[in-house]
Design a protein around this ligand. Structure first.
Ligand code: GAL
Length: 814
């Protein structure tokens, strides 16, 4: 029996209504089985002004669906106080998707994970009496239902569900609960049943998803997430279509860790293999990763950039060749959609790890074949019988029309590669500064007290990264004056002052460390002021919500010679939430009379300092970044918009046992420790300034620096495609373009034959065609883009032997 879910709301907008249903493993849109290609773009990770361009580029890249989570803590920062403004305007985002003619998938969660602060949970939820997260707990369930209902009501009101004529074809409840549910026992089992019932009761008229949930209660569709999703994954109900909600296109970066790159060849391989194994909907996580503005990054220790090595880079530029190589794959898959959806397929083992899957078109008898070679490094020659012998590179999938004409091979990249560079802008910066007011906190004066060391997020309710813990200690003659101060903290960063003097700072990625330093105590009252700093709250794992932050419980001790220990954990502690500069909004444009900014004696390497500069925006349309080299750790704002945390002194190092490398072999299983780059450089040096944050008049940049930096080294730059390269085999069409309206100014290298090397360092091989350079110059120089047919006849005579597979390598300057 067909499972039709789209009827309830059908009558609301009959002309444009879309019915979404599923049966027998097919995803049906208006009764038609479909193959859908989707990509994640999280609306708060870019700006309203960027959305149309990102979505258009996703469409041009061959996607028909945009997926996003909903970010509960952004929308409900205080209980029952909501924010859907600016880049939190979910409805506007969904309408932008709709205007582009694309579908949407809404992962309501409301747990998101997503390397987002606290996984998307508001911290006030943690403070509700009796609450237990993500389990059969009434307090939690009531709040989860309240928010879910709010979102569903909002999208219904705006007619955004497919049966109402809107773009949303699928919604998700919870997120990867199956991965972590074990420790929740029976209560967890009951909770997931409840989630399904609660979701169903929302009457959306479209199917609900639960990702990574092997025991998904029906009619929830369980889907897979990961770097690969192929034969190993089957939904737990034969009616459910096989869908891949997260195909990780790269990975996020941690402070102190290198970049992760996932090759275009491997992402394409994973996608082709998914469709070969009967998949019907695949979503790139991320298609555009974007930026963790403000304090939204999760953690701890996740960078402000959420570039993810996604097909669209952090700034919204095409990440080539990934974007283009996948676009070509999408075209091929779409052209075979009618055949694939029939699911008339035979799979034949050719040899170990080599499978030929033949999909037949029932009515025409035509076929489309997927030939996969899952060997890490063994290329194979496949005997296609009447169709001859076929060379299939290791770790690749070929798509062959009628099993004899190759239309795509995942390992053969014929798309241009863009090498981006940062161009210095002429923006001159002159700085003014002021000190973070510390008078009160260094004197131990907070706003409330407790006779214990409190948990930080419960106290701050995450209103700030910063919390002061201050106490007085009476030292009598018997206690040694030269002592060590020991602070046991759950992290993430600690700055220590004793008797108004800064003693030092410490931090540990992942949080949790012991600070220990000698201190000079005086007889009588001594003041200890500890500034504890969070760098994103944990967002993943069983009971992650209970991972403590701050100096909770301590102990905090003074240790004198002979191990005489004075435990001051249960002293009276005075507390202050946030920095004075934050509370007084130094980052805004409000020039308070007191504490005037001054240019006099601009300090370098002075901890706890605010810097400000006024500047004209760099000209042009290219994305703008700030090069934050020279600064230590802190936060940046432009015209009052937060650019996020910066920490360029966190230098990227590969985890033990791994290393960075210039080359990355795409073959073999990818994992988040493969293909590291950027070791020895700041994990994040450049910070995105969306153009819409800038005005044509004067702009204000404010930096707060915790550990001491040099603002005179800070500069504005623009991101441009510096070079573009092509490397295409005969028979392909190569497109070269410089993006964003720039033109190709020169051809640096061109060779048709057997050129060697890679973009940036091409060399001629043993043979070459005479006219290649001039052909390229005529076709491309002075143009924004050019198309080259890679055919032997076009490049003049060549000295290559008949058997040499010939290709064109080009390197152009933008
Ligand atoms: C998944 C999760 C996503 C994201 C991803 C890693 O487990 O569902 O939200 O966190 O991992 O980027």
């Amino acid at each position: 029996m067909l499972l039709v879910l789209g009827l309830t709301l059908f009558s609301l907008s009959p002309s444009r209504a879309t019915e979404v249903s599923y049966d027998k493993g097919q995803l049906l849109i208006n009764g038609e089985p479909r193959i859908l290609l989707s990509g994640s773009i999280h609306y708060p990770r870019s700006t309203v002004e960027m959305w149309p361009d990102l979505i258009q580029k996703a469409k041009e890249g061959g996607l028909d669906t945009i997926e996003t989570y909903v970010f509960w803590n952004a929308h409900e920062p205080h209980r029952r106080e909501y924010n859907f403004k600016g880049n939190l305007d979910l409805v506007r985002f969904l309408k932008t998707v709709q205007e582009a003619g694309l579908y949407a998938i809404l992962r309501i969660g409301p747990y998101a994970c997503a390397e987002w602060n606290y996984g998307g949970f508001p911290v006030w939820l943690h403070n509700l009496p009796g609450v237990k997260f993500r389990t059969d707990n009434q307090v939690f369930k009531d709040e989860m239902q309240n928010f879910t209902t709010l979102i569903v009501d909002m999208i219904k009101k705006e007619k955004l569900l497919a049966p109402q004529g809107g773009p949303i074809i699928l919604t998700q409840i919870e997120n990867e609960y199956g991965n972590i549910m074990g420790p929740y026992g029976e209560e967890g089992q009951r909770y997931i049943q409840w989630c399904a019932k609660m979701a169903e009761s929302q009457n959306t008229g479209i199917p609900w998803l639960m990702c990574q949930q092997e025991n998904a209660p029906q009619p929830m569709i369980n889907t897979c997430n990961g770097f690969y999703c192929d034969w190993n994954f089957k939904p737990n109900n034969p009616k459910s279509p096989k869908m891949w909600t997260e195909n990780w296109t790269g990975w996020f970066i941690g402070w102190g860790l290198p970049f992760h790159q996932r090759a275009a060849e491997d992402v394409a391989f994973a996608v082709a293999h998914f469709f070969q194994s009967g998949g019907v909907l695949q979503n790139y996580y991320m298609y555009h990763g974007g930026t963790n503005f403000g304090r939204t990054s999760g953690g701890p220790y996740i960078t402000t950039s959420y570039d993810y090595d996604a097909p669209l880079d952090e700034y919204g530029l095409l990440n080539q060749p990934k974007w283009g190589h996948l676009k070509r794959l999408h075209e091929v898959i779409k052209s075979a959609e009618k055949i694939l959806v029939q699911q008339l397929v035979t799979h034949k083992d050719i040899e170990s790890n080599v499978v030929l899957s033949t999909f037949i078109n029932n009515s025409t008898g035509n076929s489309i074949c997927f030939l996969s070679n899952v060997n890490n490094n063994k290329d194979v020659i496949v005997d296609l019988q009447n169709n001859g012998k076929y060379f299939l590179p290791a770790w690749s999938v070929s798509i062959l029309v009628n099993c004899n004409k190759e239309v795509y091979n995942t390992a053969k990249v014929s798309t241009q590669i863009s090498l981006k560079t940062k161009k210095p802008s002429n923006v001159e910066l002159s700085w003014v500064w002021k000190a973070e007011p510390l008078k009160d906190t260094l004197k131990g004066m907070g706003t409330f007290t407790a006779t214990k060391l409190l948990e930080q997020k419960a106290t701050t309710i995450d209103a700030s990264d910063y919390q002061w813990y201050m106490t007085r200690v009476d030292i009598d003659a018997s206690f040694p004056k030269n002592a060590t101060l020991r602070v046991n903290t759950t992290g993430h960063v600690l700055h220590v002052y004793v008797n108004k003097k800064r003693i030092g700072s410490d931090w540990r990625s992942g949080g949790g460390f012991v600070f220990e330093k000698p201190v000079n105590l005086k007889k009588g009252v001594n003041l200890i002021s500890l500034l504890s700093v969070t760098v994103g709250l944990t967002n993943y794992g069983s009971f992650f919500d209970l991972v403590p932050s701050g100096i909770v419980g301590g102990p905090v001790q003074l240790i004198g010679s002979g191990n005489v220990t004075k435990d001051i954990s249960l002293n009276e502690w005075s507390y202050k939430i946030g920095l004075n500069g934050e509370n007084k909004q130094f980052y805004g444009d409000n020039l308070s009379r007191k504490n005037k900014w001054t240019s006099e004696g601009l300090p370098i390497n002075r901890p706890m300092t605010w810097y400000k500069t006024t500047f004209k925006a760099p000209l042009g349309r290219n994305p703008v970044v700030i090069d934050m080299q020279g600064m230590s750790k802190g936060h940046a704002w432009i015209n009052g918009h937060s650019l996020g945390r910066f920490w360029p002194t966190m230098i990227a190092q590969a985890p033990k046992g791994y290393s960075c490398s210039d080359t990355c072999d795409y073959r073999g299983n990818y994992h988040d420790h493969k293909c590291f780059s950027n070791c020895g450089n700041p994990s994040q040096r450049w910070y995105h300034v969306p153009r819409s944050f800038l005005s044509d008049e004067d702009n204000t940049l404010v930096l707060f620096d915790e550990m001491g930096g040099n603002p005179t080294q800070v500069s504005f730059q623009t991101v441009i495609v510096g070079k573009t390269c092509g490397n295409a085999y005969e028979g392909n069409t190569l497109e070269l373009s410089c993006q964003d309206g720039q033109t190709i100014s020169a051809i640096e290298f061109a060779s048709f034959g057997d050129p060697q090397g890679k973009c940036g360092s091409f060399k001629k091989g043993s043979c070459d065609a005479t006219n290649t350079l001039s052909v390229l110059e005529t076709a491309c120089v002075g143009k924004e883009s050019c198309l080259i047919n890679v055919l032997e006849a076009n490049f003049g005579s060549n000295s290559c032997s008949l058997n040499t597979p010939k290709r064109l390598a080009v390197q152009a300057i933008c």
